[in-house]
Design a protein around this ligand. Structure first.
Ligand code: NAI
Length: 331
């Protein structure tokens, strides 16, 4: 199959080529897919996209006009794909549902431990020959209450690690997971989870129902000094509301791997330019905020799995073997 791969980096190309072995023909482009760049896919059967490609109605119509048949997401989330338009244009959408839940869960834990023990500040201090401990005081994870919002594949991995630390885990999800219950985790209404948790970690998808799940009202319900971790999608957190919460001390720590306005920012090198996003700039001024640039998925194992499943999806689509493809339901 001829595939135009959007938003590709050298590591994507290396991993995909090593598994492809010439089976499919890949046209690698570094550009993000938007309605402005859709024409780059002319001559392909499929486009292969990532988290910040913009598959809105206008873009999808242009893709259909140049006879693209398949939207192949090389990620788990598909909140950036207008599924209604895909259905209307008869575009089949596939994705990689679970390439490595460990990668994302472990990154959430990395953010927690970095914030808790002030590793980001300690690193800079020691390099500056400065060894005072003031300002670096942490807390034992043991016996802390961790609230998990979204208990699917990543939430489950995350819960297991938290239980290993000796934390009390409580959870909220619109659908309870039997494996999570079997671990002794108590499902509670969202408000109660927010009210009791010392650490709130988000592991649900971005949907209309979860947009700004962490807003001013939600923050009001939380404990003073709470730690909030978001490794899911930026839109789950109202950035203006968390900045206000950080300024009053209501939020004690914030760890983000995703940011609601990340599309124009993440995965690119802007180190020689002036940051234009004032909200993001404000976030970066807090000593108790750590932001990583959507790297939770970025492990060797995850990239291997993404490549394997993507190639399997392409081969299945080419052979009209829809049962073997990871199809996203369009309604
Ligand atoms: P999953 O589909 O296995 O689990 C999602 C869980 O969220 C399900 O149990 C579902 O019932 C629950 N959920 C849905 N709506 C909810 C709501 N309104 N309130 C509470 N819970 C709700 O998905 P998985 O694999 O665990 O991934 C979770 C999210 O992690 C993805 O949607 C994606 O946005 C994000 N992700 C981030 C990555 C990164 O690099 N930062 C990489 C991969 C995924």
């Amino acid at each position: 199959m001829n595939v135009t791969m959007f938003s590709t980096k050298p590591y994507d190309q290396r991993h995909l080529d090593s598994f492809n072995q010439g089976l499919h023909h890949f046209n690698y482009v570094t550009a993000r897919l938007t309605s402005q760049t859709a024409a780059l896919a002319d001559g392909s059967d499929a486009v292969c996209c990532f988290v910040n490609d913009q598959l809105d109605a206008a873009c999808l119509e242009l893709l259909a006009e140049i006879n693209i048949k398949y939207i192949v997401m090389r990620c788990a989330g598909y909140n950036n794909v207008d599924l209604q338009s895909c259905a209307a244009l008869k575009l089949t959408v596939v994705r990689v549902p679970d390439y490595s839940p460990y990668a994302v869960a472990e990154h959430a834990v990395a953010l927690i431990m970095d914030l808790n023990r002030n590793i980001h500040r300690a690193y800079a201090r020691v390099r500056d020959n400065y060894y005072l401990l003031d300002g670096l005081l942490g807390f034992d994870m043991h016996n802390k209450t961790v609230g998990v919002i979204g208990t699917g594949k990543i939430g489950l991995c995350f819960i297991k690690i938290m239980l290993g630390f000796g934390c009390q885990v409580i959870a909220y999800d619109i659908a309870e997971n039997a494996e999570v219950k079997a671990l002794g985790v108590d499902y509670q209404p969202l408000e109660q989870v927010l009210a009791q948790a010392d650490i709130v970690s988000l592991h649900c998808p971005l949907t209309k129902g979860t947009y700004h799940l962490v807003d001013t009202q939600a923050i009001d319900k939380m404990k003073r000094g709470v730690m909030i971790i978001n490794t899911s999608r930026g839109g789950l957190v109202d950035t203006t509301a968390v900045i206000a919460g950080l300024k009053t001390g209501k939020i004690g720590y914030l760890g983000l791997d995703v940011y609601e306005e990340e599309t124009e920012l993440f995965f690119e090198d802007f180190s020689n330019t002036v940051l234009q996003d004032d909200t993001f700039a404000r976030l970066l001024t807090f000593p108790n905020v750590v932001v990583t640039g959507h790297q939770a998925f970025f492990t060797r194992e995850a990239l291997d799995a993404i490549s394997k499943v993507t190639l399997n999806n392409l081969t299945a689509l080419e052979n009209d073997d829809l049962k073997s493809a990871q199809i996203v339901k369009l309604s």
